[in-house]
Design a binder for this molecule. Structure first.
Ligand SMILES: [Zn+2]
Ligand SMILES: [Zn+2]
Length: 503
C-alpha cells in the first residue's frame, strides 16, 4: 500500500499544549453537504434503478475520509525539543476535493515551470466546444484526445506559418490542461493550452534558434476556428458519430458503449437539474447585476463559431516566470471554491460565479441533491490523463531533452553535461522537493520545522491501525480539555483559502 500523503493541516501537539488547531475538513460547508446528502442521492438513484459507477462512489467515500485524523495520520516529532504533531492523510482524488485539488494545483504548476516550460514567451490558447461535444468528450476520452490532437495541430501550423516556416521546418510545443468544469459547476470540458509563443528552428549544427510569433489577429482566430470546427466535424463523421443533412447536424451514439453517467453528464452540460421533482428544468440562477454589453470584438480577442470559441489574449514574456507559474496554477485550479459556496435560508446550495455572466447572473442555486449530482459529474474517468504534452514537450520527442529545463527525455545528455552549472539539475531539485518544501515556497507555510523551537522535524510513525488511532486521539482530547483553550491563537485559515484566486 502506498504511503498516504499528508495534508498540510496545522495540528494539535502530543505531550505539550496544542499551539494551533487542525484544519478540520468535517466542519467545512462542502463536507457537511456531502455527508448529509450523498447517501440520499444514492438512495434516489437506486430507487430509479440507476447507479453510480465505482470510481465516482470511491471519490465520495475518499472525500469523506480526507484530512480526518480518525482515518489515520503521520506522527511528526521535532528532533530538538521532541514536540509532536499529527498530520492527516489526503484523499488524492482529482474530482472535487478542494484540499487535494489545491495541492495538485501547486504541484503541477511547480512541475511545469521547473521541468517543462523553457524560459521563452508563452501564450495561453483556450478552446471551448459546443454542448454536444462536451458531453461526448466526458463520456469518451479517446474521442476527446483525438479532438485535442486536431486543435493543437491546427494551432501549431498557424504558429509555424506566422514565423515564416513550413510545419515541417518549425518545432512547436504546448502543454494542455483539460478542464472539466465551468464557473457554474457545470460540466464543461475545455482545453487550456500553453503554447510556446513562437517556434524553434534547428540550424545545420543542431542548435535551436527561437522565433517569436506575433499576437494572432481576430481574423486569424476566426480562420483557425473555422479549420478546427470543420476538421473535428469531418473526424466525427468518419467515425459515424456525426450525421449531417442539408440543414442540420446531430450526434448519434448508437455505435458507442453506453455510458452510465450519461444522464447526470447531460443535465450538467446543459445547466439542468439532474434529480428530483425539478428534473430537466433549468438550474435556478440569480441575476443581481444589470446585463453587461458585449465587448467590442477587437477588444475581446476571442473568436466564436458554431458553438466553439477560441481565445488567445493572455501571454507571458520569457522573463515573466512568476506570471507563467500563476497562469499554470490558475488553469489547474480545483473545480470548487469553498469561499463562494453558501446555503440559502431554506437550505438550498448557493454558488457564486467567479465572474458574472453577461446577462447579469451572479449565483446559481441548487437543491442539495442536484448539487451532489453536479459533484458526481465532475469526477473524471479513471486513468484519463488531464495534462497532455505536445510537440517538443511530448514524452517521445527527440527535442525534449534539449529544450526543457529538466533536460530529460529521449537523447538526453549525460548527467555530467546537464548538471554542469549547478549541483543538481532542475529535475533532481524537483524530485527532491517535498510537499512541505513546496508549501513553504508558495505559501510560506512551514511544516518541516518545529513551530515551537524551529528545529528540524521527522516523521516517526504512520498510524493506520484503528485501535491505535482511537487511543492517540482519545489521549489528545483529554489533554485539550485540560489545556486552556483561551490561550490558543486564532485558528489558522486552511491554506486552500488563499489558493483560489491566483490571478
Ligand atoms: Zn522543537
Ligand atoms: Zn481530499
Amino acid at each position: 500500500m502506498p504511503l498516504p500523503v499528508p495534508l498540510p493541516g496545522v495540528l494539535p501537539a502530543l505531550g505539550s499544549p496544542p499551539r494551533y488547531q487542525r484544519h478540520q475538513p468535517e466542519k467545512t460547508l462542502l463536507y457537511r453537504i456531502v455527508e448529509q446528502h450523498y447517501p440520499t442521492f444514492l438512495a434516489h438513484l437506486e430507487a430509479e434503478g440507476r447507479t453510480l459507477p465505482e470510481h465516482v462512489r470511491q471519490e465520495f467515500t475518499d472525500y469523506l475520509r480526507c484530512g480526518r485524523l480518525e482515518h489515520g495520520f503521520l506522527r511528526v516529532r521535532c528532533e530538538s525539543c521532541h514536540h509532536e504533531k499529527l498530520v492527516a492523510f489526503s484523499c488524492k482524488r482529482r474530482g472535487f476535493c478542494p484540499s487535494y485539488g489545491a495541492r495538485r494545483m501547486v504541484e503541477s504548476a511547480a512541475l511545469l515551470v521547473d521541468e517543462v516550460l523553457p524560459v521563452r514567451p508563452i501564450r495561453q490558447w483556450v478552446l471551448t466546444v459546443p454542448f454536444p461535444l462536451r458531453f461526448l468528450f466526458a463520456a469518451y476520452p479517446e474521442l476527446m484526445g483525438r479532438g485535442l490532437g486536431i486543435v493543437t495541430r491546427a494551432i501549431s501550423t498557424h504558429l509555424a506559418h506566422q514565423a515564416g516556416f513550413s510545419k515541417r521546418e518549425a518545432l512547436t510545443g504546448a502543454v494542455t490542461l483539460i478542464q472539466r468544469f465551468g464557473s457554474a459547476l457545470n460540466l464543461n470540458i475545455h482545453f487550456h493550452m500553453l503554447f510556446l509563443d513562437g517556434v524553434y528552428v534547428q540550424d545545420d549544427c543542431d542548435h535551436y534558434g527561437f522565433r517569436h510569433t506575433p499576437l494572432p489577429t481576430i481574423e486569424q482566430l476566426h480562420d483557425l476556428l473555422q479549420v478546427i470546427s470543420q476538421r473535428v466535424a469531418r473526424f466525427l463523421e468518419r467515425r459515424g458519430i456525426l450525421e449531417r443533412d442539408e440543414d442540420n447536424s446531430y450526434l448519434t451514439l448508437d455505435g458507442l458503449a453506453e455510458d452510465p453517467l450519461k444522464d447526470i453528464h447531460g443535465y450538467s452540460v446543459t445547466y439542468r437539474v439532474a434529480i428530483g421533482p425539478q428534473q430537466g428544468r433549468k438550474v435556478f440562477t440569480l441575476q443581481t447585476i444589470p446585463p453587461q454589453p458585449e465587448p467590442s470584438p477587437g477588444h475581446a480577442r476571442v473568436a466564436k463559431l458554431n458553438g466553439f470559441s477560441l481565445h488567445a489574449g493572455v501571454a507571458a514574456r520569457a522573463h515573466q516566470r512568476r506570471k507563467v507559474e500563476r497562469l499554470c496554477r490558475y488553469i489547474s485550479r480545483p473545480a470548487i471554491s469553498e469561499q463562494r459556496l453558501s446555503l440559502t435560508p431554506t437550505g438550498k446550495v448557493r454558488y457564486e460565479l467567479k465572474t458574472p455572466f453577461r446577462n447579469g447572473t451572479t449565483h446559481v442555486i441548487f437543491e442539495p441533491l442536484d448539487f451532489i449530482a453536479r459533484l458526481a459529474a465532475l469526477v473524471p474517468k479513471p486513468r484519463v490523463n488531464l495534462t497532455r504534452f505536445h510537440g517538443v514537450f511530448a514524452p517521445n520527442s527527440k527535442h525534449r531533452a534539449a529544450i526543457t529545463p529538466s533536460g530529460r527525455g529521449k537523447g538526453s545528455k549525460s548527467k555530467q553535461a546537464v548538471t554542469h552549472h549547478d549541483d543538481k539539475a532542475p529535475a533532481e531539485r524537483h524530485a527532491a522537493m517535498t510537499w512541505a518544501q513546496r508549501l513553504k515556497r508558495v505559501f510560506q507555510i512551514d511544516i518541516e520545522t518545529c513551530e515551537k523551537c524551529q528545529g528540524p522535524v521527522r516523521i516517526i510513525a504512520c498510524i493506520e491501525d484503528p485501535a491505535a488511532i482511537r487511543q492517540i486521539l482519545e489521549h489528545l482530547r483529554k489533554k485539550e480539555s485540560v489545556d486552556s483553550q483561551a490561550q490558543l491563537p486564532p485558528e489558522r485559515a486552511p491554506p486552500q483559502l488563499r489558493l483560489f484566486d491566483p490571478m
